[in-house]
Structure formats: C-alpha cells, structure tokens
Design a protein. Structure first.
Length: 584
C-alpha cells in the first residue's frame, strides 16, 4: 500500500526506517496538522462555545461532578469531554489554548493505534498506508481540529476495537481484552455510543462458531467479565452522580438525572427530535463526501477488496463491524455526519489491508486528477469573485457581518489557496494519485489553520457585538441576554445575565422585563428579529451582526407599560466577566 501512495524515492527512504521511526515520522506529520492553529481562534458555533463554557464553569466553581452551563445543569452530554478541556484550562490558564488540545491528542492516539494494529496484522506498508488514508479523509481532520465530543468518543471506540482485535487476532491478550471493555465504559460517559466496539463481537463469534478460527484460548468464561468491566468504568461517574442527585433531591437535579439517563440515550435514538434524515443518509451523503477519497479508492480496487473479504478474516471482521456501525446509526431517525466518525479509522485500516500492493484501476488516477483540477479552479474563481465583491457573495456574507472588507480579504485567501493547490498539483503531477492529493490538501489545511482562522474569527464570534455594547454602556453596566448564547459569556467584559436556557421565549422576556427595572445600569442584548410583547424592540440600538443575527441593545425605556408574570417563576443567572478567551 505504501509504495502505491508515495513516490519511489520517498518510499525508499521510508523503507529504511525502523517501525518505531516510521511511526514517529507519521506522528510528526499528524501533529503538525492537528496542532497548527491552536491559539489562533476561539470556540466557534454550534457546539464549541457550549462545551467550553461548561468546562470553564467546572474550573470556576470547583463542581466537576455534574456539568453546568450558564449556572444551569447541562443534561445533554456526560462530563468526560468537559473534564478534558477543564483540565487543560486549569493547567494552562487559557481557554483559547486549552479547548482544542484534547481532540488533537485523541487524533494522535488514533493514528498510533491504526498504525500499530496494521503493523501487527499485515506489516508496516499497510500500517503506513492506513494512516495516510485516515489523514486524507476530511471528517477525521475536521474533528481532530475541532472541539466536539465525537473525536474523543471515536478515540475511545478505536481503543476498544484495538483491544478486541489484539486479543482475538494476535492474542490471546486478556489485558487488552479487558482494556477494550474499560474504554467502552469510558466512551459511554463521554457520549452514550461508546459501547460500539461490542458490535465487533458479532463477526468474531460468527467466525468462532464457523470454526474458521481456532479461538479456544481466546474465548471462555472470562469473556463474560468484559461487559462488567465496561459497566464498572461507566459507574465511576454514574453512581456518584445518581447518589448525589438522590441526596440533594432538588427538582433541577432530578430533571438532570432523568434527562441524561433516558431522554439523551434511548429516547434520542428511537424517537429523535432533531437532525431528521432518511435511512440512507450516511451511505448516500456522508461517506462519499466526508470519507473521500476512500470510497472511490475502494471502488477502484473492488476486485481486490472482495477477494480480501473472502480470504482475510481480519479484513472481514473490520468491514462487517463498519457496516454494523453504519446500520446502527441509520436505523435512528436522527442523524448527523459526525455520528459515524468512530467507524472511519477501522475502515481506513481495512481498506489499506484489502488493497495491499495492488494498484487501483486505470481510471482512478485521471478521475482524481480531474477532481483536483476542478477543486483548484473552483477555489481560484470563488476567490476572485470574493476579492471583487461579487453581488451573490456580498449577499451571503452580509448574513454574518456588515464589514465587506472581510469578504475582500477572504477572497484573496481563497484565491491564493487555489493557486497553491494547482501549483502543488502540477509539481507532483507524475506522483501516485494519493500523494498528488495529500500534499496540496495538507498544505491548504495548514493555510486555513493559520491565515484562514484569523479571517474567520470575526465571523464566528460575537466580539464585535459585545465591543459595540460595551462602548455605549457605562463601565458598571449589566447586560441581560434574551435568546441565550454561550459565546456572550465567554467574550463579555460586563456581567452577563440570562433568563434560563430551558425557559420559553415568552418566559425569558417576562423575567427580563422585571430584571431590567430592579437596578440601575441594566441593559438587554438580543437578536433584533424577535417578536416581543413586553418590550418595544423598535427602540433598540443596532450593535452589529453575529451568528447570522442582527443584535440590538435595549434600555429600560424600551419596556412596555405592563407585562404578564412569568408562569414558571422568575429564573435568571448572572455570570461575572473574565476575558476568558484571552486567558485573563
């Protein structure tokens, strides 16, 4: 696989390295890609500001058992990912550095496990090829450079798969078997789907029953202890959480317990209320685009892949498990592309092993070259249109900002990225197709992680809105927020008060109507397109655009003469300023 991926000269140099040295080279390349850009940007919507605010409040309050966001319990996700960000925040004192570190490290861990498993099962060439395929897949790179939970749970799931395969295919290795189940438990309290490696037991047991693999030493009564290990690790958080909730017994904590244990697990899977997609969504949309070029490569080597499925038990086990994961998520009506990320490392490994040293079909190289030329030309054309402030792009960017100089600057960036892409494509034209893709793709990733981040930052944060509000309000002013956004807490220099994330909009504004009149120097910041019954929003002062919303500032004079009492009781939470994103 490796010699079909890199040029002959480079392959000869890599072949002289020991296995450990080769892994270090691959890890160094991956580390440059994953860590470049850390510190260049802040948390971006949709999920990152929420997760970062939860971690910040853990450190600020010292309450790490139950996650909180804006002073309220956050029941959507278990705490492990938040713990990791909070740990690095506690260590560095800078959220802007801390929030991207956990997933970058998880990315390196997955690269290491894919390489080591490939080396043990098929040799160093397959191992290195699998790593290259994994780095090429956009979904893997995106998640390793973002602060979403999915990269971490994918890491724990990859450890689970690694441990089971070490035991059943290269073992017996009972230590790795129980380690696999332990990381499944860790995955469950990171995100509920951490148990997915257990699905690998189905093809493994099938092979055992068909006597295709003599696993007498690998199977036995001790295998039954694996799920108990998983439950024991998950219980390390679940049991203290439940005991604490039962001891305190508040309505808010009971609602948190029931939500995290039931609504966010079984109910969300069986009767999802968001991200509704057809059953074929992953197969028809996510895999072809976010796993590219792996599906196209599999099609170009379909004969070899089919042969490997029939002859290589390891490839068969991996491919069946990947299919089971895809089917598992396809059954649920709620689907997001990131859900199937945990299957990607094992798919890259299985594909590299199945292809081996075989060259793809003749059409693969020209098709890849054509697609790359198309991408490069498209980047140049879009960049020129942005630089010249084309009307269609101005309309699109105006949803995010009124500053059109950002469009001009972004156009220059995209145009140069396209020219770099085409230049590197020409320089590596005679190289193998995957190397010809790898070099331009990774170069553009590095450009986006530095220059691109600085251009995107004003469009993905509310800093401009808050600066405008702070400029027109006294230094001791308090800001109330209707339609709460976690980023406002992270960037504000003023006290930020919100009126409960869980309250309906009508409840929020009724509470805000009373809050703003109870003390001097109180103001409301809210999206300008809201329809309110307690405030005259036409009196609002425009503060700028953020997150596709026009934000306005209301003074107490914008209150209408009367407003109904909140039905659910008055509930609001105030967070003190901190300049968290600057580490102050």
């Amino acid at each position: 696989m490796l010699q079909n991926t890199v040029s002959e000269r480079l392959y000869n140099r890599l072949s002289k390295l020991s296995d450990g040295s080769l892994l270090l080279v691959l890890l160094a390349v991956a580390a440059v890609l994953f860590f470049t850009g850390i510190g260049f940007r802040s948390p971006w919507p949709a999920d990152e500001p929420r997760y970062v605010e939860v971690a910040r409040e853990m450190v600020a309050s010292g309450q790490w058992l139950i996650p909180q966001r804006g002073g309220e319990f956050y029941p959507d996700k278990p705490p492990v990912f938040f713990w990791s960000i909070a740990f690095f925040y506690w260590l560095t004192g800078n959220l802007k550095l801390a929030f991207l570190l956990p997933n970058a490290l998880c990315g390196l861990a997955m690269v290491t496990m894919v390489f080591d498993l490939g080396r043990r099962l098929w040799g160093r060439s397959v191992a290195a090829g699998a790593v290259i395929l994994l780095l090429l897949a956009p979904q893997f790179m995106i998640q390793a450079k973002n602060a979403q939970i999915d990269a971490m749970v994918a890491c724990w799931i990859t450890v689970g798969c690694y441990g089971l395969l070490r035991h059943f295919l290269t073992g017996p290795a009972w230590g790795w078997y129980f380690t696999a189940w332990g990381f499944m438990g860790l995955g469950i309290i990171t995100k509920g789907t951490g148990f997915l490696p257990a699905l690998m037991m189905l093809p493994i047991l099938y092979l055992g029953l068909r006597a295709r693999q003599p696993w007498q030493q690998n199977l036995g009564w001790r295998c039954l202890l694996g799920p108990l290990v998983m439950l024991a690790v998950a219980a390390c958080w679940l049991v203290p959480m439940v005991l604490y909730v039962n001891h305190v017994g508040s309505d808010e904590l009971i609602a948190y317990r029931d939500n995290i244990l039931f609504k966010q697990t079984g109910e969300r899977y069986a009767d999802s209320w968001g991200h509704l997609k057809p059953w074929y969504y992953f197969f028809a949309s996510v895999v072809p685009s976010l796993w590219f070029p792996l599906p196209l490569l599999a099609l170009a080597c379909i004969g070899k892949v089919w042969s490997a499925l029939r002859q290589d038990r390891a490839v068969w086990v991996l491919m069946v498990w990947v299919l089971l994961v895809l089917l598992f998520f396809s059954i649920s009506p709620g689907k997001r592309g990131v859900y199937i990320l945990p299957a990607l490392p094992m798919f890259a490994l299985a594909l590299a092993a199945a292809i081996g040293n075989q060259k793809p079909a003749r059409w693969f190289g020209p098709v890849m070259a054509g697609l790359q030329i198309l991408i490069g030309v498209a980047l140049v054309v879009i960049g020129i249109a942005g630089w010249m402030e084309h009307a269609s792009l101005v309309k699109k960017v105006s949803r995010y900002t009124t500053d059109m100089t950002l469009l001009h600057q972004a156009g220059v960036f995209v145009m140069i990225a396209g020219l770099v892409w085409l230049g590197l494509l020409a320089a590596f034209w005679r190289s193998p197709a995957l190397l010809r893709l790898f070099v331009p793709l990774m170069t553009v990733w590095l450009m986006f992680s530095t220059w691109g981040y600085t251009l995107m930052e004003p469009l993905r944060t509310p800093r401009n809105v808050l600066m405008a509000a702070e400029a027109v309000t006294p230094s001791d002013a308090e800001l109330g927020v209707i339609d709460f956004d976690e980023q406002l807490i992270l960037f504000s220099k003023r006290d930020i008060t919100h009126f409960s994330y869980f309250a309906p909009l009508a409840e929020e504004e009724r509470t805000a109507w009373r809050w703003i009149a109870e003390a001097p120097q109180r103001y409301l910041l809210l999206p300008g397109d809201l329809t309110l019954e307690c405030f005259d929003i036409s009196q609002g002062q425009f503060m700028g655009k953020a997150h596709r919303e026009r934000w306005v500032l209301l003074t107490p004079q914008a209150r209408r003469p009367s407003c109904p009492e909140p039905i659910l009781g008055r509930s609001f939470h105030t967070e003190k300023p901190g300049r968290w994103m600057d580490g102050e």
